[in-house]
Design a protein around this ligand. Structure first.
Ligand code: G1P
Length: 229
């Protein structure tokens, strides 16, 4: 084993939109809330909420909608959105796991890497339970365990520490541009998952895990490195 394969001992995965197709439920719930408050919410705007905490997401929406709310009103409406979201994810099935994600999780574990989840969502554990993914993770850092939101790298640093690893020993798989920036700032090798136009600061970008083996990934990273020298 040489180079990057020998150096990396852990993988840290974001959840919504990376492992499980739950981003669309966040979108539907936030859109319903915006519409109820009298303004619209687009998929492009939703891209900017990825990785933000529930309250930070609401505050961003209120800024776009030009609406003032007291702290008590913010708590009320963020609860309303969350109740809609939790209702939608109450019957998630293993089939809601994104294509190739389980196989990829298995492969990194078989390769001897440790695996953590780092998500801003406070419902992350429920999503992992319902989709029966818990067993793949050695550590779970969610919106209940963090104090600083991205672009602060706190959630990833906590995840690496929970695995007993240093940032340079871990890959991060992340679908939000702020999450990518946070991972890079924390000293991790960050793999963007999704559209390269939104993830230009990642060390590399993959469209998803479908048809991607861990060995393929290492080969692509090595090829990328040599193409920049
Ligand atoms: C929160 C936010 C949501 C954001 C998500 C990231 O989830 O509400 O906008 O996209 O984290 O995964 P919540 O704690 O509300 O489940």
């Amino acid at each position: 084993m040489t180079g990057i394969a020998a150096q990396k001992k852990g993988c840290i995965f974001n959840l919504d939109g990376v492992i499980v197709d739950t981003s669309r439920y966040h979108y539907v719930a936030w859109k319903r809330l915006c519409n109820q408050l009298g303004f619209d919410f687009t998929p492009e705007q939703h891209e900017k909420l990825r990785g933000l905490s529930r309250m930070a997401s609401l505050e961003q929406l209120l800024e776009w909608g030009n609406i003032y709310m007291t702290e008590a009103e913010k708590l009320h409406w963020s609860d309303v959105k969350n109740n809609w979201y939790v209702e939608m994810i109450s019957d998630l099935k293993p089939g809601d796991v994104l294509p190739g994600a389980i196989l990829f999780l298995r492969q990194v574990r078989e390769a001897g890497l440790k695996v953590a989840l780092a998500s801003a969502s406070r419902s992350a554990r429920q999503v992992l339970n319902t989709t029966r993914l818990d067993a793949y993770f050695d550590a779970i850092i969610d919106g209940n365990s963090t104090r600083k939101a991205i672009p602060d790298p706190e959630c990833y640093l906590l995840a690496a520490r929970a695995l007993g690893l240093e940032p340079f020993e871990c890959f991060i798989f992340e679908d939000s541009d702020l999450g990518v920036l946070a991972g890079v700032a924390g000293g991790f090798f960050v793999i963007g998952v999704g559209d390269p136009d939104y993830l230009s600061k990642a060390h590399m970008v993959i469209p998803g895990f479908e048809n991607l083996s861990y060995t393929d990934l290492l080969t692509r990273i090595t090829a990328n490195m040599y193409s920049h020298t």
